[in-house]
Design a protein around this ligand. Structure first.
Ligand code: HEC
Ligand code: HEC
Length: 409
């Protein structure tokens, strides 16, 4: 009996028209079943290799990266680690609207599971790899608030053996100042300028290698199956009991998500994100100074010494197509932000790029109203959801919750 189900499932995958058994569960059409299947976690392709990071699949690099991720010595005040804002117990976020490190930032922390799968990192995509991303917060005054020479010293003091086993000899730091970096205080910047080119390069290379180790750790973090995944798998196999895995309200919400609400046009694929940037009219925190989002990120990406084409990348130029062919004059990118994954979304309020929306109910109402954007144009039109439909959509969003996988403890 079990084998027959598996066979039906396999046929279903190949030719949805043959899916008689599946179609009988809750009356989904073949086209709808194909959409449901596209959202399944087991449809997630293996992550494409990041050729700019030769260490991303090296277990010893991931082990070192994990220790660095939780190490608060890597900060200006000895109190901030990556985990301060990306807490494994909170879906690798902090539960705040605006993150707090040494100061208060302008955006919400993002979850990290499966985060290296798109081409671009951050809400505005101003980084093109996980390792390069990790270097941003380390030198941001509001986040870790430290500088790269001080970080190289922490590595030399506490991680020298592990570092050298992976990346080769540490540069000589004796005689260099305690603090120096190109993004620090005026005094730290002056100290950085006073170093020789060779010293700057050597310290920046240690810094880049830290990022590569942290990225190797982050790469291990993923998503397990949600209740929606179990429902879809059972439905495709026509299993008895499939229909009971989701409630009637959750299934109505699912229909709205792939149908009337057209949420799936952006929240698609196994992670429920197209990994692209859209203006959905989310109100900026400060209407006088709206966040330009993606539009302001392209110049930063191209100027970044840690990008795929830069001197610290392990890639060949031909591996950096995304960066080379980036669209730099798309007017639609004003006020556009990266579509977030909706996996585990119910477990991690608040929502949107600056935590502007507190609950899923309010998020769904935001889509119903589709407010005019303060900057650029909202791509969405209002959707005339009834109150009951909005409640169904909220119920549905909670079916996307599942365990995290990888080295989360
Ligand atoms: C003070 C809080 C804070 C600290 C500390 C912090 N982050 Fe973040 N993280 C954020 C915020 C806020 C964002 C979104 C910022 C933006 O888009 O401008 C973010 C975004 C990210 C992203 C992008 C995810 C995606 O899907 O695009 C990754 C990856 C990440 N952080 C990893 C790290 C790592 C690794 C560290 C430690 C080196 C770190 N963060 C330290 C707050 C923090
Ligand atoms: C045009 C693309 C697009 C469509 C269509 C779309 N979304 Fe979104 N969604 C986004 C983007 C982009 C964001 C982040 C916006 C921001 O922060 O400014 C987002 C954010 C969200 C969030 C918050 C997630 C988080 O982690 O902050 C939820 C929940 C959500 N969308 C649900 C929906 C639902 C439900 C629908 C259908 C009614 C929908 N979306 C349709 C692009 C889209």
């Amino acid at each position: 009996m079990k084998r027959a189900f598996r066979l039906a499932g396999a046929l279903c995958v190949a030719v949805l028209a043959l899916c008689g058994a599946a179609a009988r569960v809750d009356g989904w059409s073949a086209a709808e079943l194909a959409l449901l299947q596209s959202l399944q976690i087991d449809q997630l392709a293996p992550a494409p290799p990041d050729r700019s990071n030769a260490y991303e699949r090296v277990p010893a690099a991931a082990a070192l990266g994990k220790r660095l991720f939780f190490d608060a010595r890597l900060s200006g005040n000895g109190q901030v680690s990556c985990a301060t804002c990306h807490d494994p117990a909170r879906q690798f976020q902090d539960g705040r609207a605006l993150s707090q490190g040494m100061g208060t930032g302008a955006r919400r922390a993002m979850p990290l599971a499966d985060s290296g799968r798109g081409a671009w990192l951050f809400w505005d995509g101003r980084k093109d790899s996980l390792w390069s991303q990790a270097l941003g917060p380390l030198e941001d005054a509001n986040e870790h608030g430290g500088n790269r020479l001080a970080y190289a010293r922490v590595l030399q003091q506490h991680y020298r053996g592990d570092y050298q086993a992976l990346f080769g000899a540490m540069p000589e730091l004796d005689g260099l100042p305690a603090n120096a970096g190109p993004n620090g205080t005026p005094a730290q910047r002056a100290a950085w300028q006073a170093l020789t080119d060779g010293q700057r390069l050597a310290v920046s290379r240690v810094f880049a290698n830290m990022g590569k180790a942290i990225a190797a750790y982050e790469r291990t973090l993923g998503h397990g199956a949600s209740r929606l995944d179990r429902y879809t798998a059972a439905t495709l196999r026509g299993e008895p009991g499939a229909a009971q895995i989701l409630s009637a309200a959750e299934k109505r919400g699912l229909r709205l998500f792939i149908g009337k609400g057209d949420c799936i046009s952006c929240h698609n694929g196994a992670l429920l994100t197209d990994q692209h940037f859209h203006n959905t009219g989310v109100a900026p925190r400060d209407p006088q100074r709206p966040d330009a989002g993606r539009a302001a990120a392209i110049a930063k990406l191209l100027a970044d010494e840690f990008n795929c084409l830069g001197p610290f990348s392990d890639a060949r130029p031909a591996d950096c197509q995304e960066l080379q062919f980036i669209a730099d004059r798309d007017p639609k990118m004003a006020g556009a932000f990266k579509t977030p994954s909706l996996r585990n979304v119910a477990l991690r309020p608040p929502y949107m790029h600056a935590g502007q929306i507190a609950t899923l109910d309010a998020a769904v109402r935001h889509y119903a109203g589709a407010p005019k954007a303060v900057l650029g144009q909202n791509e969405r039109k209002p959707v005339p959801f009834t109150e009951a439909e909005m409640a169904d959509l909220v119920d549905f969003l909670a079916t996307l919750s599942g365990p995290l996988t990888g080295a989360t403890k």
